[in-house]
Design a protein around this ligand. Structure first.
Ligand SMILES: Nc1nc2c(c(=O)[nH]1)N[C@H]1C(S)=C(S)[C@@H](COP(=O)(O)O)O[C@H]1N2
Ligand SMILES: [Mo]
Length: 428
């Protein structure tokens, strides 16, 4: 097995230091578990039990406790010097379950997050419809409502990893993703309200959707998808959409690339052809080795990543019981199985899905295992209900070359060293 490292190989000295540190950790850990001596946290009276805590009026709207203040969005400075037309990453290495809290869910905008009042919100449906309509926010609230959970993955997620292992952390390699429970109305309901008879045969029709921000982020979506499962969402995880996620309403396009999920949605035009806007021609297409580009690559293929252990979430407890966990998802349907390898893909064990996979939503997996304290080359491999199996990086490069930015759904490798630290590497 050849291993390619993110940075320089660790020096022998650094390696020895690491080994010593880990040995000490194991001894201390084992001692604590056996309760070698009296533990003041058990035997002494504690400050927090000797007086009263905060009253219910102290926190009208709560934030995470200060001890969790490293569970935040992060950006990569060299990648996004401009913070307006920019992106940050969800701290997936530190989260569990499947729902991404809005407060740390990654953001991507092309011209900054705008502040739009509900009173100023208007959504127009025009083009090939019987009656062009304009909805206010209050109008939207009066249509039959649905609740559904979906992941949103930016097509550029993992995009920096095409040419080699580059960013050292699951947050940076895979954090352009979030998963929320949306409440809203289906796009079908609104299109039917405007009437589609004027459009004639819907088979080759499209909708062109755009946002109220300066970029407008216009995209064309085939009518079949628009009528299938798209939503205009105004709540996420039970509360109003945050400003940065498109308040007061955004488009939800389940399983399809994040760029199509137009925020601050203002207009939906029914057309008889795709508009071929900037966002669907010069951007969000993949250039192949021969210089030609793939067109209409909307669906996000099955993918997974081990979130812990990982570079930002090293093993601190030494050998023994270890929970390996991660996320899997597919834009084509439900995740049916996730396998985990500790030896860079030579052998695989099937992980436990925390809950049965839901179509086009994140699935949490666990591998409850024993760590022997030796290095591991950790990988995960997702399978979805269509039978699709997540490919290796080599397989993906074979078909796509190395010119791409978008749609990298390859298997990720973390080199977990004997001291529990982890690093982004490639194996072949
Ligand atoms: N109006 C508008 N919608 C937009 C964008 C934008 O810049 N403006 N960015 C798109 C991109 S590229 C992505 S990946 C998702 C990101 O959604 P989020 O910020 O809620 O994570 O929104 C999409 N919708
Ligand atoms: Mo994106």
């Amino acid at each position: 097995m050849t291993v390619r490292f993110t940075g320089k190989k660790p020096s022998r000295r650094a390696f020895l230091k690491g080994t010593l540190a880990s040995t000490a950790g194991v001894v201390a850990g084992a001692g604590a578990a056996k309760a070698a001596g009296p533990d003041p946290l058990i035997t002494e009276k504690q400050d927090w039990a000797m007086s009263t805590g905060d009253g219910v009026d102290a926190t009208p709207y709560g934030l995470p406790i200060k001890y969790e203040d490293d569970v935040i969005r992060r950006n990569v400075e060299w990648l996004t010097a401009d913070t307006i037309s920019s992106i940050n990453f969800s701290p997936i290495h530190a989260l569990d379950g499947t729902i991404t809290p809005q407060g740390c869910a990654f953001e991507r905008h092309h011209s900054g997050a705008i502040e739009l009042r509900k009173e100023d919100f208007r959504l127009m449906i025009n083009g090939l419809v019987d009656t062009p309509l304009v909805f206010t926010y209050e109008d939207l609230e009066r249509f039959p409502r649905v609740n559904k959970t979906f992941f949103l993955e930016c097509a550029a997620n993992t995009g920096m990893e095409w040419a080699g292992a580059q960013l050292n952390g699951a947050q940076f390699t895979h954090g352009m993703i979030h998963n929320m429970e949306y409440s809203g109305v289906t796009l079908r309901t609104l299109l039917e309200e405007a009437g589609l008879n004027a459009a004639g045969d819907l088979k080759d029709k499209w909708v062109y959707v755009e946002g109220a921000d300066a970029s407008s982020n216009g995209r064309s979506i085939p009518m079949e998808k628009a009528l299938d499962d798209c939503m205009i969402a105004f709540k996420a995880n039970g509360e109003a959409l945050r400003k940065e996620h498109g308040y007061p309403a955004r488009l939800v396009v389940p399983g399809w690339e994040g760029n199509m999920w137009v925020k601050w949605i203002r207009r939906i035009e029914v057309t008889d052809a795709a508009v071929e806007s900037r966002e669907e021609t010069s951007k969000y297409t993949d250039t192949l080795a021969d210089g030609t580009s793939r067109k209409w690559t909307w669906v996000m293929d099955a993918k997974s990543v081990v979130t812990s252990p990982s570079p930002q979430s090293p093993i601190k407890h030494g050998k023994g019981p270890l929970v390996i966990t991660g996320l899997a998802w597919s834009g084509r349907g439900a995740i049916t199985r996730v396998d985990v390898s500790k030896d860079g893909g030579k052998t695989w064990e099937t992980a436990r899905l925390a809950n049965p996979g839901q179509p086009m939503a994140l699935t949490r997996f666990y591998l409850d295992t024993e760590w022997n304290g030796e290095e591991m080359f950790l990988q995960s491999r997702a399978m979805d209900e269509t039978g699709y199996v997540q490919p290796t990086k080599a397989m993906l490069r074979e078909v796509r070359g190395e010119n791409s930015i978008y749609h990298n759904n390859c298997i990720q490798t973390w080199w977990v060293k004997a001291d529990g630290e982890a690093e982004n590497v490639e194996v072949s």
